[in-house]
Design a protein around this ligand. Structure first.
Ligand code: NAI
Length: 331
């Protein structure tokens, strides 16, 4: 049997946490042959809830789950961590501007970065989900300098999966037969949802989504807005934000990163930019990536038209602004 991996989930008493921890305990994130030890962190006011989640996890009697820690001590939570899923943070209140949200979260991510730096496995892999996800990940990267920068990522897989879902619905094909959409940029309304390279498996090879969509204008208009507004549509319907699909996307992100993407398939991940596609190096930006043996690489050589260029740059500009603001909060 494999040695267990220690998985940290911050904000584990929250909505996404409640959907995510049983998925991890069942092997949906790291594989059905990989034992896990869960470290769940939350803040003092949520300590009782966290204990309740721990009790339910124990009662789940998951064979892969070799231990559960529920704590409000960030240093204890980070001890020996191999995988860190960051759901915790100050939530966006109604009408709250991004700048205010950033100021609230910069301090939290600085502290958690230092705790990971000191106590986690030096090769720990990190996924930031909490918003503003890209900028929280950037702060984490800056304040945990001994963790390799390629190990710090943020979640845009939910947007990616939503794009697959919209195409599958529009073309009336199975979602599993659609692949290679791209989320470029920030996990925010400036993200560019790109289906120009997307493919549908038609049984005898692949056909491009562009060819199959009856009205090409749809891909530059309603398709993009329907992905962007999907979160709001779910809040309206469920009266709670999307937690199940966010948790599932977090599992997809980590599983593909660690176990690899299938041949000919790429996924979207927020990763530090090496300057690919002219995006400022060092930003945490969502790119199309393939993964092998725990290493992601940005898909190179895709043709970028004028419309795409403009959208990709606008999202980069927003991230530069967020970065500047985050730094100004640190001083
Ligand atoms: P939630 O509010 O239900 O849970 C957040 C939890 O974090 C709470 O239990 C809270 O007590 C905890 N927390 C707050 N400060 C903390 C700290 N300093 N350390 C540890 N825990 C702390 O929120 P939900 O719905 O679970 O979402 C979590 C985050 O994920 C939010 O920031 C949300 O905006 C973001 N999100 C990101 C998505 C993405 O695609 N990147 C998709 C969906 C949500």
């Amino acid at each position: 049997e494999k040695d267990p991996l220690i998985v940290l989930v911050t904000g584990a008493a929250g909505q996404i946490g409640y959907a995510l921890v049983p998925m991890i305990a069942r092997g949906a994130m790291l594989g059905s042959d990989q034992p896990v030890i869960l470290h769940m962190l939350d803040i003092e006011p949520a300590a009782d809830i966290l204990q309740g989640v721990k009790m339910e996890l124990m009662d789940g009697a998951f064979p892969l789950l070799k231990g559960v820690m529920a704590t409000t001590d960030v240093n204890e939570a980070c001890k020996g961590v191999d995988i860190a899923i960051m759901l915790g943070g100050f939530p966006r209140r109604k009408g709250m501007a991004t700048k205010a949200l950033i100021s609230k979260n910069v301090g939290i991510y600085k502290t958690q970065a230092s705790a990971l730096e000191q106590h986690a496995d030096p090769n720990c892999k990190v996924l930031v989900v909490a918003n503003p996800a890209n900028t929280n990940a950037l702060i984490l990267k800056e304040f945990a300098p001994s963790i390799p920068e390629e190990n710090i990522t943020c979640l845009t897989r939910l947007d990616h999966n939503r794009a697959l879902s919209q195409i599958s619905e529009n073309l009336n094909v199975h979602v599993g037969d659609v692949k290679n959409v791209i989320i470029w940029g920030n996990h925010s309304s400036t993200q560019y949802v790109d289906a120009n390279h997307a493919l549908v498996d038609i049984g005898v090879g692949h056909k491009s989504v562009k060819e199959l969509v009856a009205n090409n204008h749809w891909l530059d208009s309603e398709f993009i807005t329907s992905v962007q507004q999907r979160g709001d549509a779910i809040v309206k319907a469920r009266r709670l934000s999307s937690a199940l699909s966010a948790a599932s996307a977090a599992c997809d992100h980590m599983r593909d990163w660690i176990l690899g993407t299938p041949k000919g398939t790429w996924v979207s991940m927020g990763v530090y930019s090496d300057g690919s596609y002219g995006i400022q190096p060092g930003l945490i930006y969502s790119f199309p990536v393939t993964c092998e043996k725990g290493v992601w690489s940005i898909v190179q050589g895709l043709t970028i038209g004028e419309f795409e260029r403009e959208k990709m740059d606008a999202s980069a500009r927003e991230l530069i602004e967020e970065k500047t603001w985050a730094y100004s909060c640190l001083h």
